[in-house]
Design a protein around this ligand. Structure first.
Ligand code: HEC
Length: 130
């Protein structure tokens, strides 16, 4: 009987420990993007035609493409016109909100850290028309 009591007593700690583990691990997975931000951003195999245009079309083309007049005449929807702002450094300044040029996208929240590093990586890799 004494042995059984001791056994049950120690089981309490084991159960409490397991419970604690489950609590902690569920917290991690609820906030996986905050705890492991890098795993959600893949910056390998970045190309102009897929990665860069996807970000720009979603966030910038509404003002900076085709016949849009809300972008101050600045066009970012072709490789040639985009390269003007890659070469003079204004593309990267505008999305990094460094204050040297107006922060973009205008009157909207900043691009995600992953989108910014995608564009930065494309530029670092030589801003190819690939
Ligand atoms: C709501 C409209 C709007 C959106 C969306 C927008 N822009 Fe702009 N952008 C403007 C306007 C207007 C200007 C001209 C601002 C000025 O010169 O005062 C401008 C200027 C620029 C410039 C030139 C900077 C300079 O010297 O003025 C760059 C580069 C630029 N935008 C990049 C972007 C990028 C990249 C995005 C998307 C991440 C974006 N913009 C989204 C309206 C927009």
């Amino acid at each position: 009987m004494v042995a059984l009591n001791k056994y049950l007593y120690s089981m309490r700690y084991i159960i409490a420990f397991i419970f604690l583990l489950i609590c902690c691990s569920s917290c991690y997975y609820d906030h996986a993007n905050l705890v492991y931000p890098k795993t959600s951003c893949n910056i390998t195999g970045i190309t102009y035609s897929t990665s860069v245009t996807a970000i720009l079309s979603q966030n910038c083309y509404s003002c900076h493409a085709g016949t849009a007049s809300s972008g101050g005449g600045i066009k970012l929807d072709t490789y040639t016109t985009l390269m003007v702002y890659v070469s003079n450094g204004q593309l990267i300044s505008s999305i990094n909100h460094t204050g040297t040029v107006p922060a973009m996208p205008l009157a909207a929240s900043q691009l995600s850290a992953c989108d910014i590093s995608t564009i930065q990586t494309w530029i670092n890799n030589g801003s190819l028309n690939n």
